[in-house]
Design a protein around this ligand. Sequence first.
Ligand SMILES: [Zn+2]
Length: 352
Amino acid sequence: MSDLAQFLPWHEQLATSWLSDRERFAHAWLIHGLPGIGKRQFALAAAGSLLCESPIQGIACGHCAACLWLASGNHPDLRRIRPEAMAMEEGASASGGEDEGDAASSASKKAPSKDIRIDQLRGLTSWFNTATHRGGWRVAVLYPAQAMNHISANALLKVLEEPPEHTVFLLVADAPDRLLPTLVSRCRRMPLPVPDKSHSMSWLEGQGVNRAEEWLASAGGAPLLALQISKTNENPCPEWLAQLISPLARAQVPDIGPVADQLEKIPPEIWIDTLQRLVLDLLLAAANAPVRYFPALERQTRLAAGHASPVGLAEAAKWLAQQRATASHPLNAKLLVHATLQRLMIACGKAV
Ligand SMILES: [Zn+2]
């Protein structure tokens, strides 16, 4: 069985109790929780378990015909509905496989779409009208649900208002409040919590991650995110962050020139993510709560927060989130670095 079809260790117990009761299983579920905790893997493993012909305590057996089909990526009763760009990242074959209709094959001419498009949902109609292959269920896994625009969300809503027989929809989303409320109200909710630290630590160590505890903290406790940033960053607490926060802790203006030089060499989405986490730590410290992301800088963060304006920090957080949305192609990387650092200085009571 491929890795994707298995539950992560921190989800096994929840999955067993959820999937054991198939009698009144809802036809649409919204699986939601923080980014980086394994929601997509949970949904795909659940799909595999629902399709398995001899599940063990509700979980896929890994050996039956359905499980073998699933492992080969060709189960006819499973559809993944995801943006074309994500399908390519996940290594979908050009012929589509489990993907909906022709979505993956139309990618040749223009840049792959980051949205779930309406034709991907329309393409499901013929699938609904085909008998399931072995008389069981069909399962549609849709992720991330926030990639649906208003038109595709409405198309899905129409489907869920008159649900096709023997069909289960598993929608995956970071934040249900960003989805169409009428769509959310059609789904049963399956909130996934942040896994406990011991589970996450042993999983990260099993993946060969050194300094697992620091990476996990820097990812806010989300183990898959921790693994990802451990691969794209050199240090769970970058040197330049200390260069920035240490003078602020002493109520001095940092020399932002050398910091800016370093940031210009890093992809913007990475350093903006890091600064977003720093600002959240500053906000926590300003509220006398323990810091969450950079425990190694707790002392300096606490002192810097003492000189900062909570309103200014909240504004900086909002501004960073806006920049993050367009960060993969900034008009001018140097300008973005300087503008960002200046905003942070102002929020920390240090106009430059
Ligand atoms: Zn099976």
